[in-house]
Design a protein around this ligand. Structure first.
Ligand SMILES: Nc1nc2c(ncn2[C@@H]2O[C@H](COP(=O)(O)OP(=O)(O)OP(=O)(O)O)[C@@H](O)[C@H]2O)c(=O)[nH]1
Ligand SMILES: [Mg+2]
Length: 278
């Protein structure tokens, strides 16, 4: 019996969870990456529509807000280690609600407790980058403060992400005496192709979301940050991409490893976790 390897995959709506899941699944099936399918996967419904769209060169729809499904993928890596990977797909609104409602439903509580690894997807391109102390001198805030008084307070995207991690950590009752080894934390900067950058993923995260990066580094012993482009380019929902349709979706997508190397094997972020397991 292979051990179950459950990933807590966390990402708000529109970060690319479903497209990554579908592209990942396709790679496992065609067996070109470090991780390969070694048996029959189950519960694929969440990804069948997406796989169909990608084969035609089209993007798929948002996942319904209340949906949550887990697929089980029997995988093995190139050194023969095997596991049953439990891969979720859900409407990203659920993640935002955890923070805004400050309440964690029992189902999410169980997911946090069961997961060996946390993988957080962040799409930098669609985050609002607020003016703050890091980007503007303090004086400029004094000038606008009076006009803004009526505006409702809303935490920045960065603060919300930290809040989320804090809630998840609290829930797992992890001790902060020492930086955490478990659960390990992987941050995937999704839709990397949109960013048009040659920076290292961790450097980019540190530059764009310095407070989040400081929080992560002070609480985890060795967090990893990778760039992920599951699709390699933007796809339309209606207008098929000819290259995709001809070459197949498995020919597209790449990751940027922590050292800046690019690899077409989008199973690597998870493969690394299997390798380090134990
Ligand atoms: N350029 C680019 N676009 C991408 C990539 N991955 C996903 N997208 C686009 O980003 C949008 C959101 O992707 P989804 O996979 O639906 O996001 P999600 O996290 O599942 O969102 P919800 O289902 O609402 O929770 C879609 O329009 C995709 O076409 C990528 O690697 N590059
Ligand atoms: Mg989705």
């Amino acid at each position: 019996m292979a051990e179950q390897h459950t990933i807590l995959l966390v990402g708000e709506s529109n970060v690319g969870k479903t497209h990554y899941g579908a592209q990942f699944l396709k790679r496992l099936i065609v067996k070109t990456g470090a991780l390969q399918m070694r048996g029959a996967p189950t519960n694929l419904e969440a990804f069948t529509t997406a796989l169909g769209c990608l084969t035609e060169g089209k993007a798929t729809d948002h996942t319904p807000a209340s949906s949550y499904v887990e697929s089980i993928w029997p995988i093995q890596d190139d050194s023969g280690r095997s596991a049953d990977l439990v891969w979720p797909d859900y409407g990203g609104e659920q993640v935002r609600n955890l923070v805004t409602e400050r309440r964690i439903p029992p189902t999410w509580r169980a997911r946090v407790m069961e997961a060996q690894d946390w993988v957080i997807l962040i799409r930098l391109h669609s985050l609002r980058s607020e003016e703050d102390l890091f980007s503007r001198p303090l004086q400029s805030f004094a000038e606008v403060a009076t006009q803004d008084e009526s505006a409702a307070f809303e935490p920045s995207d960065q603060a919300r992400t930290i809040e989320l991690l804090q809630m998840l950590l609290y829930l797992g009752q992890f001790s902060f005496d020492r930086p955490l080894h478990k659960p390990r934390l992987t941050i995937l900067l999704s839709c990397w192709d949109e960013l048009k950058t040659a920076e290292l993923p961790a450097d980019l995260l540190a530059a764009r979301l310095p407070m989040l990066w400081a929080f992560v580094r002070s609480n985890w012993s060795s967090p990893s940050v990778l760039g992920l482009s599951a699709l390699e380019k933007a796809l339309s929902k209606t207008d098929p991409d000819a290259e995709y349709a001809i070459r197949g979706p498995e020919e597209f997508g790449y990751v940027i490893l922590p050292d800046g190397k690019r690899s077409n094997d989008i199973t690597l972020p998870i493969g690394r976790l299997m390798g380090e397991a134990g």
